[in-house]
Design a protein around this ligand. Structure first.
Ligand code: ADQ
Length: 489
């Protein structure tokens, strides 16, 4: 039995993701500099007071020596982080290879490796083996730290084998898996050489979560069509064992953004930006520089808008902030130069001696600069070709309480399902439609802007990341209780 003390103890939550929310830089034989990245997941779980959360993942550095591994483990423990050490070849084949060259593009409807991507592939089988091996390494670390009653929450396409490996280690472990990307139509998933194994491993989890109902439905039909299993309204059934499948749309820590706008340094920054762009409407794009974000399409739409509306040429500016990611992958290098080329051409064509229409930055902005930028923006442009959710659209809305700017949002982002009523939805492949929407947004009446903004603001401030995490974990606990009841019947 449990005594009062034990019952008061918070439930332990092991959050397993490819990357820890901390980056480590080695400063000497046994000293480390740790930098915390306060992404969505971190603030989501910091906000959930009923759990005692720990993180398990790769720290983003290669640490081949034992001393280094030992000292880094000790340093990370203070941040409640537990490292998984992956060697360079594994990272190359598992992370760059199978995750980013195979699963990422496939899940975003960009197809399987062909042409360039195929030529840089050292063989799917060895990448897939490395993927499994890496997942096994994660499972080993989880097993070592697992205590009875813990909830284990696995994240994303990097760790599709983890539920299976964890259940093999201990079939009583409470295991949930959440996918941050879209889950594609079964016709896409069908192309993956390892389609069945991936599905079966995920199905070992007790609860499988997606951002939207559509992704959950795609997953269930893939299990039906590829594995021949039965789909029910609750999930997928295999010989009497039910894996619960459901939608858990993520959110942001909206208060963190709203509070930041009050800070003097953010206010100063806003003032500078307003002076800098006085007399011009500000349009904004903030993305990781990735194929899925539709950055070239967005910039071409802006060009078409300027072409068609000469009266706007010196009255609007597009700020495109693009953080480079996965810079060692040739396709991403190609994308960078493609974007630079288009921006250069348009600025050459429509720029004057004193102003250019597009400011393109290849880097990330710190949190305060980002908030200031969101707050002074008139129109935000999110043109993802596919996107699991897209949190930039949420962050923009959170920062627009006074300006009530317009969000142009791709219908292929998960966020279209939650912010669709307030945003202008577009098909990013239809450049003429996006160009037209830019004009519509810039000319929108204050009344219509306010109505649209209020709708989205209410959504963003009530569907927060804290609520998302708490809902997922409580649903996981419930799923297990229900499964126990079912087997007793
Ligand atoms: P991402 O593809 O990274 O996330 P997104 O949801 O927009 O996309 O989150 C990006 C985050 O990085 C935001 O918090 C944003 O502020 C920040 N960021 C982006 N560019 C930046 C820049 N230039 N400077 C500073 N910060 C920048 C994946 C999926 C998404 C899903 C999330 C969460 O691809 O679809 O919404 O996970 O599940």
């Amino acid at each position: 039995g449990t005594d009062g003390c034990e019952r008061l103890r918070k439930q332990r939550l092991l959050v397993v993701a490819n990357r820890l929310p901390v980056s480590a830089v080695r400063k000497g034989e046994d000293s480390w500099q740790l930098e915390i990245s306060v992404g969505g997941l971190v603030s989501a779980l910091l906000g959930v007071k009923e759990f005692d959360a720990r993180w398990i993942g790769w720290a983003g550095v290669n640490v081949p020596d034992e001393t280094g591994q030992k000292t880094l483990t000790i340093a990370l423990a203070e941040k409640r982080c537990i490292p998984v050490f992956l060697d360079e070849d594994t990272v190359h084949q598992y992370y760059n290879g199978y995750c980013n060259n195979m699963l990422w593009p496939a899940f975003h409807y960009l197809g399987l490796p062909q042409e360039d991507r195929l030529a840089t592939t050292r063989g799917f089988q060895s990448q897939f083996d490395a993927y499994k091996k890496a997942n096994q390494m994660f499972a080993n670390v989880v097993s070592k730290h697992y205590e009875e009653g813990d909830v284990v929450w696995c994240h994303d396409y990097h760790l599709m084998f983890l539920p299976k490996f964890l259940k093999e280690y201990n079939s009583n472990m409470k295991v949930g898996w959440f996918l941050h990307t879209p889950f594609p139509s079964s016709e896409i998933h069908r192309m993956l050489p390892s389609r069945s194994e991936l599905l079966r491993s995920v199905l070992a989890a007790d609860l499988v979560g997606f951002h939207t109902y559509d992704y959950a439905r795609h997953f269930v039909s893939a299990c039906r069509r590829i594995l021949g299993l039965e789909g029910t309204p609750e999930g997928v059934e295999d010989q009497g064992k039910l894996t619960r499948v459901a939608a858990f749309p993520i959110g942001i820590d909206s208060d963190r953004f709203i509070r930041a706008l009050e800070l003097p340094q953010v206010q100063d920054h806003m003032k500078e930006l307003k002076e800098r762009f006085a007399g011009r409407k500000v349009m904004l794009g903030v993305d990781r520089l990735d194929m899925i974000k539709g950055i070239p399409q967005k910039i071409l739409a802006f060009e078409e808008f300027l072409e068609e509306n000469p009266e706007w040429r010196d009255k609007v500016v597009l700020l495109q902030i693009a953080v480079p990611t996965r810079t060692d992958v040739p396709e991403y290098q190609k994308l960078t130069s493609q974007v630079h080329e288009i921006v250069g051409r348009i600025n050459g064509r429509f720029g004057t001696l004193t102003a250019v229409p597009i400011h393109h930055l290849d880097r990330s902005l710190d949190f305060h600069a980002l908030c200031a930028l969101y707050a002074v923006t008139d129109v935000a442009l999110v043109t993802s070709l596919r996107d699991g959710m897209n949190l930039v659209s949420y962050e923009f809305v959170a920062c627009q309480a006074s300006k009530k700017g317009v969000l142009i949002l791709s219908e292929f982002a998960g966020a279209a399902q939650s912010l669709g009523a307030g945003a202008i939805l577009v098909n990013p492949w239809n450049i003429t439609e996006v160009a037209y929407s830019i004009g519509y947004a810039l000319n929108m009446s204050a009344d219509e802007r306010e109505k649209r903004h209020n709708h989205n603001f209410r959504h963003v401030t009530t569907h927060t990341s804290q609520e998302w995490a708490a809902t997922f974990v409580s649903e996981l606990n419930d799923t297990i209780v229900q499964a126990q009841l079912r087997t007793r019947q």
